[in-house]
Design a protein around this ligand. Structure first.
Ligand SMILES: Nc1nc2c(c(=O)[nH]1)N[C@H]1C(S)=C(S)[C@@H](COP(=O)(O)O)O[C@H]1N2
Ligand SMILES: [Mo]
Length: 406
């Protein structure tokens, strides 16, 4: 049984009947929302998350935001999604934490203590958008296995650290270097110590960008444990799986990194588009690189009620992977006509951009406000689901909220 079936069949109703509780209008709740008191330990307290975040899974821990929780310009920890592939490392020994640079294409293997990294290299701070490649997966039909993310597996926090490129220059690269791959301290769910839950990476060109950080601070404080304390790679604009948490080793490779979840159908999509439900062999899958143009209406919360004659101010963010967002529009008639939103410039490359608009509704009734961003190459968001793929990645369809004018 896949997770979607499990969630639908067993979460609320089954648990309710075990406890003799009736979930009145349980059908209105997300089937993925397990009652908090059934979680042991309480993940909201454990990770410092707002109680309105949605828990998707507990082994491993996965949690997402809802659109209206992401209204802050910079995402605070309490609204930041968590995506884990394995078990979070325990008992981190900060004094002895180190990062080893190795692989076929480093001049010499070298190990730095965390303090050495912090003291020897210049610090930089950037706001960086991290979106899980599977954000929006729950919409695909036929369904795709994996966490059934809605729209909330995205964040834009302020990360402080050192540039990966400064460290790579310090160790020295051979001409053969093409990719870096991270290794981290989280452990495989099976308990097998020889298996890594995930070990991904990026091409050298991405590793050498100014904004690619080895971060030790998030929003001005130590990175929260669930987000990679004490050291994490941050590669904004790419699937967030490239941003390794709890990292202790980076391998410089002379080929595309072949760590866990680099191959097969993990974070890969068909090289050529396929019909929904098609089987695609591994050779015909390509690694996801820059994430596609996308946006989110973060204010108001869907379901807003407004008196006729009063205008509605909407707010949100848009992001475009490696590119910039060039244009932001909204529609109140299911995409028949579009009007422009005002759009701010990003504070730095790879940060999401804020938009707002003041909307007047012509008469009473039910409306949907749709938002559509267009990137600097003129590529806009699709209004319906984009290309189906076996693992349900890259859903960047327009976000919409319901508004009633009375
Ligand atoms: N070591 C390690 N790094 C990891 C992961 C993981 O499971 N282990 N998950 C990846 C994935 S798939 C995503 S989407 C992001 C999520 O980052 P966050 O939990 O800080 O939001 O971390 C990435 N880095
Ligand atoms: Mo992810």
């Amino acid at each position: 049984m896949n997770r979607r079936d499990f969630n639908n069949k067993f979460s609320l109703s089954t648990i309710g009947s075990f406890l003799g509780i009736h979930f009145i209008s349980g059908h209105l709740l997300s089937a993925k929302q397990l009652p908090v008191h059934l979680q042991d330990p309480d993940p909201y307290k454990m990770f410092g998350k707002d109680k309105n975040m949605v828990l998707l899974n507990d082994r491993p821990w996965n949690m997402e935001a809802r659109a209206h929780l992401l209204n802050d310009a910079i995402t605070p920890n309490k609204y930041m999604f968590i995506r884990n592939n394995g078990k979070i490392p325990q008992n981190i020994d900060i004094k002895n934490w180190s990062l080893t640079l190795d692989g076929e294409s480093v001049k010499t293997k070298k190990t730095y203590s965390l303090n050495e990294l912090k003291s020897r290299f210049e610090h930089h701070t950037y706001q960086l958008t991290l979106e899980c490649g599977g954000n929006g997966r729950s919409e695909f039909d036929p369904p795709a296995k994996g966490n059934q993310w809605s729209v909330g597996a995205v964040s834009c926090a302020e990360w402080t650290g050192i540039r990966l490129k400064d460290v790579l220059k310090d160790v020295g690269l051979e001409d053969s270097a093409v990719y870096i791959g991270y290794h981290a301290a989280d452990t495989h769910l099976s308990g097998d110590p020889t298996k890594e839950p995930i070990s991904r990476g990026v091409p050298i060109a991405k590793a050498m960008q100014d904004e690619t950080l080895l971060a030790f601070k998030m929003n001005g404080k130590d990175i929260p444990l669930a987000h990679g304390y004490p050291l994490r790679l941050v590669c904004g604009g790419w699937p967030a799986s490239a941003s390794g948490k709890w990292i202790n080793r980076i391998s410089v490779r002379n080929k595309v990194h072949d760590g866990a979840k680099m191959g097969g159908s993990s974070y890969r999509v068909p090289c050529e588009t396929v019909a929904p439900g098609a089987k695609v062999s591994d050779e015909n899958m390509c690694i996801i690189q820059s994430m596609p143009i996308k946006s989110l209406i973060t204010y108001p919360k869907t379901g807003a009620i407004l008196p006729l004659g009063k205008s509605l101010s909407i707010k949100g963010h848009a992001w475009a992977g490696e590119l910039e967002v060039a244009k932001m529009e909204y529609s109140i008639n299911f995409g028949s006509t579009w009007a422009s939103c005002s759009l701010k410039n990003p504070p730095n490359r790879l940060a999401w951009q804020h938009f707002d608009a003041k909307i007047r509704f012509p008469k009473k009734g039910y409306y949907e406000v749709w938002a559509r961003a267009t990137d600097s190459h003129g590529i806009g968001q699709p209004m319906v689901l984009p290309g189906w793929n076996p693992k349900g990645y890259l859903n960047n369809a327009c976000h919409r909220i319901a508004v009633k004018v009375v």
